[in-house]
Design a protein around this ligand. Structure first.
Ligand SMILES: C[S@@+](CC[C@H](N)C(=O)[O-])C[C@H]1O[C@@H](n2cnc3c(N)ncnc32)[C@H](O)[C@@H]1O
Length: 213
């Protein structure tokens, strides 16, 4: 579901920073070669991720859910010169596309792409992320939040995508709709956690931004 009327979205895109050539080509290839290109963050959300990252100037970014690498490249734009981005995905086919574009980006040496289950990999990470983007399987959002909140310092930012889930979170929820229930539970628990200040932005499919206190 698109929350914004098409005309508003294209007007907003027109007056926002344009995608660079690499992101444009990645978006094109994702639409040609993958079955669910809608999973890619896209122009406006990508520019917001880039802006937030540039404001945060992170030393370490953790992304959960790489897909073809679009959001990772946007987030990497804000890394400090010695900073590092770690991105995790279970899908080795889309990871091949992501790695191809990471290698062509100015941040090639700063991005570590790990293929595997984020639930197993995050506990082994020794870094303290300043910026986390949660964008993987919806049923595990709360698990990811619980795995990372203890690793974060005050001033860190956690961003979770798809928290409006095409509006399903405000409609009667079907008994067997476990993803919507999990997202609603995650949003309620994470946004009321004593260590965060929350902002739910109704951009694209809903971005929950949590600033760690
Ligand atoms: C919505 S896509 C990510 C989109 C990407 N962040 C972007 O904006 O371009 C979700 C991704 O999460 C991955 N995923 C699902 N379960 C996972 C898990 N347990 N650990 C790591 N990645 C997972 C999927 O393979 C998929 O590529």
């Amino acid at each position: 579901m698109d929350f914004l009327p098409k005309e508003i979205e294209s007007y907003s895109s027109q007056f926002s920073e344009q995608e660079n050539a690499l992101l444009n080509e990645l978006s094109r290839e994702t639409h040609l070669r993958t079955t669910m290109p809608r999973m890619l963050s896209g122009h406006l959300q990508g520019r917001l991720l880039s802006l937030l990252s540039k404001m945060q100037q992170p030393q370490c970014i953790l992304e959960i859910g790489t897909f073809t690498g679009y959001s990772a490249l946007c987030l990497a734009e804000g890394l400090t010169t010695t900073g590092k981005l770690i991105t995790i995905d279970t899908n080795d086919e889309t990871m091949v596309i992501a790695k191809k574009y990471f290698a062509m980006s100015p941040h090639a040496g700063q991005i570590e792409a790990i293929t595997g289950d984020a639930r197993e990999i995050i506990p082994k990470l020794e870094q303290t992320p300043d910026l986390v983007f949660i964008d993987a399987d919806k049923g595990n959002y709360l698990n990811y939040f619980n795995l990372i909140i203890g690793k974060m310092n005050s001033g860190g930012i956690i961003i979770a995508d798809n928290v409006l889930w095409s509006g399903k979170v405000v409609a009667p929820v079907k008994e067997n709709d476990h993803e919507t229930k999990a997202l609603m539970n995650f949003t309620a628990v994470a946004s009321s956690h004593p260590r965060v200040t929350p902002l739910l932005l109704p951009i694209r499919d809903g971005l929950l931004i949590l600033r760690v206190i």
